[in-house]
Write a protein that binds this ligand. Structure first.
Ligand code: FAD
Length: 478
């Protein structure tokens, strides 16, 4: 029996339910033949706002997967298919040409992806091919954790509490690595270039941003291991300081592409707590972040409108966002005149990543102080983040813009100066990304004198713009 594992955002061999299941013997006890594939839907990626950082990173993850699978005798066929319709077309063709009887894959929470999978099940079923989809991206099957009255949790704290209860009675486990037991030589498949849109992933080794982000599964498992022996212990105190390079795990890109599984991360943190109770709180603080990720994934499934650029709170559709392309540009380029905001925006451009505290700050700055539509910021982040992920990005943006799930009634404001005083008091982070301020004393880096140096003046009066935004939001509740 031949089975096809279709890899999407689960680009790993460890703890992979689809791969594990495909490697199990057939009902008659015969070993199965396993073929794997990845289909790059470049046009679809663009339609989903993926920028080149995320695209190139995914390709590197695919290349690593191909090499790892090869060492286990499993061929990974890689095709260039443009969009989701193309994926279905070529999957069915593969099944027919290679006599495949089952397709196995891990579920994705996004709406278009789920529609595509439903369509595949129908089309494949019509020609006698079975499809199996596995929950993979979350600890609890996505969309299944509901309140007693059957409605979704809308507030994180209640969701978290119920998650922890659920996980008490359904302990997290990982799937074994079945590929090591595959004794049989797997089939050697060569597709004809004239009939198939063959594509070979590249290493993108010359790309300066990519160089900073490992895409090797082996290396990422080591990074997780290292974080759990050296980093997580201080996480509760260090995680808010952007100048601290090791304050957070920097595993978001790997989690977003499924190069690491959330279950492995969760169990690694739990292991720290079991071995050393003094780190109970620090490790649980990290687990809470994994639960934020979980929360946003569940929401995406339960509120499909989130995938259609709609606000979580429908009443906020009435907000009159400012159309201010020049202001938006200054924010994007890190030229607002507020040093911590600018340093953060330059970190994004230069590294493809931004510290979580700063993501919150710049998102509040754009949506509240500049009263520019959060969707502009969401898009800019998708274009630049190496860890771009619809669920977490949309969740984070809507939280910051008060159109989302934030429990605070309607107004959350983070002052750029106050945030700098609290979380970059020595101006170290600012100096790293704004070299033009590096020679100033710490206080002046945080709030430079106007006109003293070659640095833009603050683009807005914080007090006035705060007032304006407050009024706009108040209008909604009247
Ligand atoms: P750690 O602090 O080590 O956390 C561990 C993991 O938990 C992260 O890798 C991530 O998978 C998850 N996580 C942590 N914080 C959050 C959070 N607030 N929400 C959801 N998951 C979280 N994260 C993305 O992965 N992709 C995005 O596109 C994204 N966009 C964001 C946009 C905004 C406006 C905001 C406020 C947050 C966004 N986040 C996003 C969440 C968070 O900022 C990043 O996950 C985190 O900074 C990644 O760094 P880390 O891996 O070192 O995290």
């Amino acid at each position: 029996e031949r089975r096809l594992v279709w890899f999407r955002s689960d680009l790993r061999i460890h703890d992979n339910p689809a791969l594990f299941s495909a490697c199990q013997p057939s009902d008659n006890g015969q070993p199965a033949e396993v073929i794997a594939c990845f289909m790059r839907p470049e046009k679809q990626w663009q339609q989903h706002d993926w920028g080149s950082n995320k695209q190139r990173y995914t390709e590197r993850c695919v290349l690593d997967l191909q090499q790892t699978l090869k060492s286990r005798n499993i061929p990974l066929l890689t095709l260039d298919v443009s969009d989701f319709a193309g994926q279905i077309h070529y999957l069915l063709k593969l099944c027919q040409v290679l006599s495949i009887s089952q397709i196995l894959a891990c579920e994705e929470p996004e709406l278009n992806e789920r529609h595509r999978d439903a369509q595949l099940i129908a089309s494949a079923g019509a020609i006698g091919i079975k499809c199996h989809f596995f929950n993979d991206q979350s600890l609890i099957p996505m969309g299944q954790l509901l309140k007693k009255d059957g409605t979704p949790y809308r507030v994180y704290s209640a969701f978290r509490k119920q998650c922890l209860n659920w996980l008490e009675s359904h302990p997290v486990t990982t799937w074994p690595d079945a590929t090591v037991n595959l004794s049989q030589q797997q089939p050697f498949i060569e597709l004809n270039a004239s009939e198939w849109p063959l594509w070979q992933p590249e290493s993108h080794s010359a790309d300066q941003i990519q160089q900073q982000w490992p895409a090797s599964e082996q290396q990422l498992l080591q990074t997780l291991d290292r974080f759990c022996t050296e980093g997580i212990q201080q996480y509760d105190t260090a995680r808010d300081y952007p100048a601290d390079q090791t304050g957070t795990s920097k595993l978001s890109a790997a989690l977003a592409c499924g190069k690491l599984s959330v279950r492995s991360c969760w169990l690694a943190a739990r292991q720290v707590q079991a071995v050393d109770p003094q780190y109970q709180q620090a490790a649980s603080c990290w687990c809470d972040e994994l639960l934020w990720r979980e929360f946003y994934r569940h929401l995406l499934v339960l509120y499909p409108d989130l995938c259609k650029r709609q606000p979580f709170k429908p009443e906020t559709r009435a907000i009159r966002w400012r159309h201010a392309p020049n202001d938006l540009k200054r924010w994007q380029q890190g030229k607002t005149g507020f040093p911590l905001v600018d340093a953060a925006m330059r970190q994004l451009i230069q590294t493809g990543w931004m510290h979580n505290r700063l993501r919150m700050l710049v998102a509040v700055f754009l949506s509240k102080y500049l009263l520019i539509d959060w969707r502009e910021g969401e898009y800019w982040f998708m274009q630049h983040l190496i860890d771009a992920d619809l669920a977490s990005n949309n969740g984070g943006w809507q939280w910051a813009a008060s159109t989302g799930t934030d429990a605070v009634p309607y107004f959350r404001l983070l002052s750029p100066y106050r945030q700098a005083e609290r979380f970059d008091a020595e101006g170290k982070f600012i100096a790293t990304f704004l070299p033009e301020l590096a020679d100033l004393p710490a206080k002046k880096r945080i709030k430079p004198d106007i006109g003293a140096i070659l640095y833009p003046e603050p683009m807005t009066d914080l007090k006035k713009s705060r007032q304006l935004a407050m009024e706009e939001f108040k209008r909604l509740s009247n």
